[in-house]
Design a protein around this ligand. Structure first.
Ligand code: AMP
Ligand code: ZN
Ligand code: FE
Ligand code: FE
Length: 290
């Protein structure tokens, strides 16, 4: 018998989706670990977009603070013509084929952001320098950094408004970036000893979501679980994902997707049960939980 996905078992408070300034969060890896400790988390995962740059400072802070750390990333991939986010846990950060793909995504994210800023700059007074001023050194560049520059310049009042106007997927200023297929990403994560979990697979408020067949295909490639408990999912979407998890015998996770002050999401607002967390750890062979 598999343990049931009981999100109410909060005997250990486990939050498996947290961003830092290594991507588009607003707090540094070390500070976010301290915030997780303050939020009474027992375990947190650092999952910056397409990078492991926050792993070392987060690890140092976690060891000092006495909080469990899962080293991970949120990989941008494409499946069924849409962007799919893949949470990858405990993978070997030196596995060259994965390292190379992540580097390629990060590089193209820079040229993509520059092109978006050029387009926006035709209508609004914004330059690439303004965006750089809102981006930490070496961070994975994303639309949130452009959003912060737009807010700083008084062009829009908030990140949220930026995302529903200038930066929206359907906006004339929008430019896509390079990403690998979901199936390829899943295989690379498994080859690196990591455990792949699809992030917010039912977040329809962000646009189109993966079909049941799309999820089944990624499961066939090696997906281990679904992030079911996420603030961007309606009750109906959770039900659908729980049913799919039962069908495919998947790990069910819950997480905050914390971005510091960049989003309303608060650390620990959704949790992963200890039993489900153990299933992730059992499947991992890349790096250890710290
Ligand atoms: P990008 O990956 O550069 O296309 O930007 C998408 C990222 O922006 C997502 O992964 C989220 O982290 C973030 N994001 C999406 N919508 C919002 C929003 N309304 N407010 C703040 N951040 C957002
Ligand atoms: Zn993000
Ligand atoms: Fe995401
Ligand atoms: Fe995220």
């Amino acid at each position: 018998m598999r343990p049931s996905p009981n999100p109410r078992d909060d005997s250990r408070r486990i939050d498996l989706h947290v961003h830092s300034t290594a991507s588009d969060g607003t707090t540094s890896p070390a500070v976010v670990v301290g915030q997780a400790k303050d939020a009474q988390l027992d375990v947190m995962a650092i999952t910056d977009h397409d990078t492991t740059a926050g792993w070392v400072p987060a690890a140092e802070a976690a060891l000092a603070a006495g909080i469990g750390l899962v080293r991970g990333a949120e990989i941008s991939a494409t499946e069924e013509g849409m962007t799919v986010h893949l949470l990858a846990y405990l993978f070997d950060p030196t596995y060259e084929p994965l390292v190379a793909e992540l580097a390629k995504v990060r590089e193209d994210r820079v040229s993509r952001a520059r092109r978006m800023v050029e387009r926006i700059g035709a209508d609004y007074a914004i330059t690439w320098q303004d965006v750089l001023a809102h981006t930490s050194d070496g961070a994975t560049v994303g639309r949130p950094h452009i959003a912060d520059a737009l807010v700083g310049l008084g062009i829009v009042p908030s990140r949220d408004v930026a995302f529903t106007s200038v930066l929206a997927g359907g906006s004339p200023y929008y430019v896509p970036h390079y990403s690998i297929s979901g199936e390829h990403a899943v295989r690379l994560v498994r080859e690196a000893g990591g455990v792949p979990v699809i992030a917010h697979p039912g977040a329809s408020m962000r646009g189109k979501t993966l079909s049941d067949a799309g999820i089944a295909r990624l499961v066939g490639a090696g997906v281990a679980g679904l992030e079911v408990y996420h603030r961007d999912h309606s009750a109906q979407e959770r039900e659908r994902l729980l049913a799919l998890s039962a069908t495919h015998d998947l790990i069910v996770t819950g997480s905050s997707d914390f971005h510091g002050t960049g989003k309303l999401n608060q650390l620990g607002e959704n949790l992963t049960s200890p039993a489900m967390f153990e299933r992730i750890v059992e499947q991992a062979s890349g790096v250890e939980v710290l």
